[in-house]
Design a protein around this ligand. Structure first.
Ligand code: IFM
Length: 447
């Protein structure tokens, strides 16, 4: 019996993954090195020195993983394409064996009636492009459009809905501002050109996809922002954080404008934005991907003692937390979506939840079970909140949970398990967790 209210007809149900986090096989079939190969192999960058060299071995076990999706009853699967498999040195002709890998995956999904929703960039930039400045270099945006064309030419007959970038805010902030992710740069606010060049890449890639009659989305990491108090300084600080985390990436793609970031410095971005860029970036989208994990409570900070930032992120008390320590606030998803609808109105395209999930301290029992009750509670709470947003009039078309299987959680290595299926890394055996069975039953009840 279902514990969830009824979702709209044709709703997409499924799960998400990303290439570097699951594939492994980093030196196979002509794949070139990515910034995550370099970063994870550098001393002290990831927990326990973990790398994605083998990850969940999806490159060899993909038929089994497609089988898991089928068993789940998924009608959609979001995966990412590894740019370094397609263009090992970041430019030039496509590596046919790289394209073949995704071609066979797409065919296998189609055979099972599962809609493929590929992401073209989920943080694994070819190292050769990083050597030329990575996303600090405007040329990377043009390289991305060329790469997009190569992939779309091969898969566009079967793949109709595409995601250009995954979470450009997280890639900019953790990768280029704070140095916690690849490529490990610590530029602080000087990382802002990375936002613009990623957005330009999105716009140029969207043009390639649209020219081929294909649908386009971007997957933005969004957080509902709440001020720490009603004090005007906290309220203003919250508005700045909202502009940096959410609006910097949503306004340009939905409205063709940038939010006011002058609170971060007198020349936050004008110098690197060229004349027609915003028109390219603001091309109409067929969907907006939302990755939601937790809200943000923001208070005022004196920029002088806070690396130029006029805000601070406060602890959220009194709610459960994930194994990662992230506060679990399902209502935040409803508030976020209703807030997006109120802010963007008719400029908001159909919304797809392209990520939402939690890490838990999973234990494989002797009888091959994983009792991840906390994940079931997480999913049930967020799906109910999502339904409330739909009832409030937000056009939500799908829910793709993060993640199908346990995987390489970036700087946290293999210590954080987000999967519906447990991966026993020494054997690479997949064991569906209790949450997998729960979601399978809920999806079946919706049909
Ligand atoms: O694992 C990541 C994913 O790659 C991007 N979004 C957040 C997830 C959990 O941290």
């Amino acid at each position: 019996m279902s514990s969830l209210p009824r979702f709209p007809e044709g709703f997409l149900w499924g799960a998400s993954t990303a290439a570097y986090q699951i594939e492994g096989a980093v030196a196979e079939d002509g794949r070139g090195p990515s910034i995550w190969d370099t970063f994870s192999h550098a001393e002290g960058r990831t927990k326990d020195g973990d790398t994605g060299d083998v990850a969940a071995d999806h490159y060899h076990r993909w038929p089994e993983d497609v089988g898991l999706l089928a068993e789940l009853g998924a009608n959609a699967y979001r995966f990412s394409i590894a740019w370094p498999r397609i263009q090992p040195s970041g430019s030039g002709a496509a590596n046919p064996r790289g394209l073949d890998f995704y071609d066979q995956l797409v065919d296998a999904l189609a055979e099972r009636g599962i809609t493929p929703v590929p992401t073209l960039f989920h943080w694994d930039l070819p190292q050769a492009l990083e050597d030329e400045g990575g996303w600090l270099n405007r040329q990377t945006a043009y390289r991305f459009a060329e790469y997009t064309a190569l992939v779309a030419d091969r898969l566009g007959d079967r793949v109709k809905l595409w995601i250009t970038l995954n979470e450009p805010f997280i890639h900019m902030s953790l990768g280029y501002a704070l140095g916690m992710h690849a490529p490990g740069r610590t530029l602080g606010l000087d990382a802002l050109p990375v936002a613009h060049h990623q957005l330009l890449a999105h716009g140029l890639a969207a043009r390639q996809l649209h020219d081929r009659g294909l649908g386009v989305m971007i997957a933005n990491n969004c957080t509902p922002v709440r001020p720490a108090s009603e004090d005007e300084h906290d309220v203003a600080a919250a508005a700045v954080y909202d502009a940096l985390h959410n609006r910097l990436f949503n306004d340009p793609v939905l409205l063709g404008t940038y939010p006011d970031l002058s609170a971060l410095g007198p020349e936050a971005y004008p110098s690197f934005v060229e004349d027609d860029d915003l028109a390219v970036i603001g091309a109409p989208l067929e969907g907006l991907g939302i990755n939601y994990y937790t809200p943000s409570v923001v208070g005022y900070a004196d920029p002088a003692g806070n690396e130029g930032l006029p805000f601070t992120l406060n602890q959220i008390e009194g709610v459960p937390t994930t194994a990662f320590g992230w506060p679990v606030v399902p209502d935040g998803l409803r508030d976020l979506l209703v807030g997006l609808r109120d802010r963007y109105g008719s400029a908001l395209p159909p919304v797809y939840i392209t990520e939402n999930g939690c890490s838990t301290n999973d234990v494989l029992t002797n009888d091959d079970r994983v009792h991840d009750t906390a994940r079931i509670d997480f999913l049930a709470g967020h799906l109910r909140a999502l339904h409330e947003a739909i009832e409030a009039g937000v056009d939500v078309r799908g829910y793709l949970t993060w993640s199908l299987i346990d995987n390489f959680e970036w700087a946290e290595g293999y210590s954080q398990r987000f999967g519906l299926a447990y991966v026993d890394y020494p054997t690479q055996r997949r064991v569906p967790k209790d949450s997998f069975h729960w979601l399978r039953d809920e999806i079946a009840a919706q049909r």
